[in-house]
Ligand binder design. Structure first.
Ligand SMILES: Nc1ncnc2c1ncn2[C@@H]1O[C@H](COP(=O)(O)OP(=O)(O)OP(=O)(O)O)[C@@H](O)[C@H]1O
Length: 697
């Protein structure tokens, strides 16, 4: 078949499918707004169907795979799209949902005539693939048809032409879905079973965030009825990042998933009983200037996030639990007596995993009931006596501890065990803050952990938890989150090579994987980077290369672009002048939709933003509390750009004063934000992290 006739064949089919979709949309009819419960339920289903059909109307499908099941006489074409569609009358499947088992063939197939297998609910299905075709449909119009595999043709491997086409496009201010080009290694992770803690170590731009979001959509489809979107949660590093990723799930037909930061979530759980101390922003402190490895390792954030610190917290909680049983009996009147042994027995009959405060409340109710029954058994009637007995009960109940998380944490920090781990100065400072109901980010994990142990989790246990940028999490944070699930079902993703928050986060994945039983844990690595050109990835790999053993270089997809420029400036003034000129040139070229100027710290970025403003160039200066990312031209400290991407990136201060020998990860993060164009400027000495003189012009 010629390319032209293939195009015509597909264009005809698209028209037919679109006709069916539009007919079905028309037939859905007017909205129901009445009070009948059954009708309301049906209306929810109609609404969901309408949403699916609306997505399908924009782009009914993006792929076709011709699969011949074993024992079948001929191959059958299967069209894969974001939402499954059946014919309105015959019920024939017109489009297969990308999450359906058979669709995995489209993603997993890598060429060759050998039989392939996919897992269906009824068992493995074997067969052969005859055609793999990508189709690009925009606004209902077929624009491109690319065959990546045709059985019997000489080149039997699947080509990446369609992927390269997608990667070459410019980006706007929102991350996009990748359903049409999910790669085999990504698909494997997306389709991993639910009840596991899945860890993904992936190089910059390997699609970790994207994969995690697609995995949520997959789990909701695969385990429909068993899990719910409103019992899933995504943890991201900051609110701006949440805004950046906010478009992906709706595009995949998924709503209602909570998306939050660990800080916001913890403060919510703590019912806003404390606030973050605005006077201390750890990022401003740690990124103000280069820091040594020893400084990072000795940071109080690392200690408070450690399992050793959690052990102290657990010991304190155990003592609090033991104190639920008072030393004295409850004896409101001579001969009316409940002994500590009886109380211990009452408590022991409770479910041991019940939060302390619930057990305490239950105990007090039990004592009340006991008093009532004694009252009746002894046929008492004197109202004054009753009031006296109740007062005694209240006084006794007061002796049973009921601390808040902040009180218990503050008490713990005053004890020798805490001071053995933490500097006494730090303990005293935290206690002082707590008195003013203030905390630092590093205190949130212990506090929320204690709170949940004391009071229970506020809400239904989570069906699935996603943690993005997990290299910045501590073991204690994960322990706090584990408490909010009945069984581990998590997707935990990150990149140790981007672990720039070494003062709080992990230094090896085993710090987190060890928290789960091996049988419930999956670990995957993603090495291919889809974001940047080969030139940018090679350059970024060299920045990391200086870190020595254990570095896994990113493997680029074969997408070539311009060389990376490293340019020396004679003075700081000249440097700012060049920033303005470069930005102006890039904007005028019309090649880039998103441009970022990155600086080492907020001071450097403020100077750049001023220089741009003086030149009449509008730019958004991003600070740590930024809520949204608007695209266009952005000036942002490198540490806040993590997770984002831009068509063109200018690193404005690549000198050795800004990026010291210990800052390879930070510079790597900065360089890997660029899709198509990367330029670095420096004054004086170039940072030693860029060792390759050939790269310097
Ligand atoms: N299979 C794919 N097809 C097309 N684009 C892809 C694919 N995988 C990833 N990408 C693109 O690569 C870019 C990087 O993806 P993403 O941000 O999810 O990566 P990441 O691993 O989380 O990156 P980082 O760690 O640097 O933040 C995005 O533009 C995404 O759309």
């Amino acid at each position: 078949m010629t390319v032209q006739s293939a195009f015509q064949e597909e264009a005809k089919r698209i028209d037919e499918v679109l006709r069916s979709i539009r007919k079905q949309l028309r037939e859905i009819g007017p909205r129901y707004t009445g009070n009948d419960f059954t009708e309301q339920m049906l209306e929810i289903q109609r609404e969901q169907r309408e949403q699916r059909l609306t997505v399908a109307e924009r782009e009914p499908y993006f792929g076709r795979i011709d699969f011949q099941e074993e024992a079948q006489p001929a191959p059958k074409p299967l069209y894969i799209g974001k939402a499954g569609v059946a014919h309105e009358q015959s019920n024939e499947v017109l489009v297969v949902d990308w999450r359906a088992p058979v669709a995995s063939l489209f993603y997993a197939f890598s060429g060759g005539e050998a039989p392939v297998v996919y897992e269906s609910p009824d068992g493995d299905v074997e067969g052969t693939v005859h055609l793999k075709r990508n189709l690009m449909v925009r606004g209902g119009i077929l624009e491109r048809v690319v065959d990546s595999y045709v059985r019997g043709q000489e080149d039997e491997s699947v080509t990446d032409e369609f992927l390269l086409y997608r990667l070459g496009e410019n980006k706007d201010n929102k991350l996009r879905d990748i359903v049409s080009t999910i790669q085999q290694e990504q698909d494997r992770i997306i389709r991993t079973e639910k009840n596991k803690a899945v860890f993904i170590q992936g190089v910059a731009g390997s699609g970790k965030t994207t994969v995690a979001l697609h995995r949520l959509a997959y789990l909701l489809y695969r385990y429909a009825g068993n899990i719910r979107a409103d019992r899933m949660v995504i943890f991201a590093p900051n609110r701006m990042f949440l805004d950046y990723i906010s478009g992906v799930l709706p595009e995949l037909g998924v709503g209602d998933i909570m998306q939050t930061t660990f800080a916001d979530w913890s403060l919510e759980q703590l019912r806003q009983a404390v606030r973050l101390d605005e006077a201390y922003d750890p990022m401003n402190y740690w990124f103000e200037q280069p820091r040594t490895r020893d400084e990072l390792l000795a940071s109080t954030g690392r200690i408070k996030g450690s399992l050793a610190f959690k052990a102290i917290v657990d010991a304190k909680l155990a003592l609090t639990e033991a104190a639920l049983i008072p030393e004295e009996p409850f004896e409101p009147m001579a001969g009316w007596r409940v002994t500590p042994a009886m109380i211990a027995e009452w408590l022991a009959t409770d479910d041991g995993s019940e939060p302390f405060m619930k057990r305490r409340d239950r105990l007090v109710s039990r004592l009340k009931r006991w008093l009532e029954s004694e009252w009746k058994a002894r046929r008492q009637t004197d109202g004054k006596l009753k009031a006296k007995l109740n007062a005694k009960l209240n006084a006794y109940a007061k002796k049973i501890p009921s601390p808040t998380a902040a009180q218990l944490y503050g008490a713990l920090l005053g004890e020798p065990a805490a001071k053995e781990l933490l500097p006494a100065k730090s303990c005293a400072a935290t206690i002082k803050l707590l008195k003013g109901k203030l905390v630092w980010p590093e205190d949130l994990a212990p506090l929320v952990y204690i709170h949940v142990r004391l009071n229970g989790f506020d809400g239904s246990p989570y069906d699935h938890v996603v943690i993005d940028e997990a290299q910045d999490y501590s073991p204690f944070q994960l322990e706090a989150l584990k408490q909010c699930q009945r069984q581990p079902s998590m997707t935990v993703l990150g990149d140790l090579q981007q672990g720039i928050h070494g003062y709080a986060g992990i230094h090896s994945w085993t710090e987190l994987t060890a928290l789960f039983p091996e049988a419930d844990t999956g670990y995957y690595e993603l090495d291919r980077s889809y974001r940047s050109t080969m030139e940018i990835i090679d350059f970024a790999n060299r920045v990391l290369g200086g870190m020595g053993d254990g570095v896994k270089p990113a493997v680029p997809v074969f997408r070539s672009g311009e060389a990376v420029d490293v340019v020396r400036m004679g003075s700081d003034e000249q440097r700012l002048h060049d920033v303005v000129q470069t930005v102006r040139d890039w904007q005028q070229s019309g090649h880039y939709r998103t441009i970022a100027v990155l600086g080492r710290n907020i001071r450097s970025c403020e100077a750049i933003a001023r220089a741009l403003a003086d030149a009449g160039i509008e730019a958004a200066l991003v600070q740590s509390k930024q809520e949204a990312y608007g695209g266009g031209l952005t000036v942002v400290p490198a540490y806040l750009a993590k997770g984002l991407e831009f068509d063109a990136v200018l690193v404005a201060d690549a000198d050795d004063g800004s990026f010291g020998g210990n800052d390879a990860k930070l510079l790597y993060v900065a360089c890997t934000r660029a899709l198509h164009k990367l330029k670095l400027l420096y004054c004086g000495e170039l940072t030693s992290l860029i060792s390759e003189p050939a790269a310097v012009v």
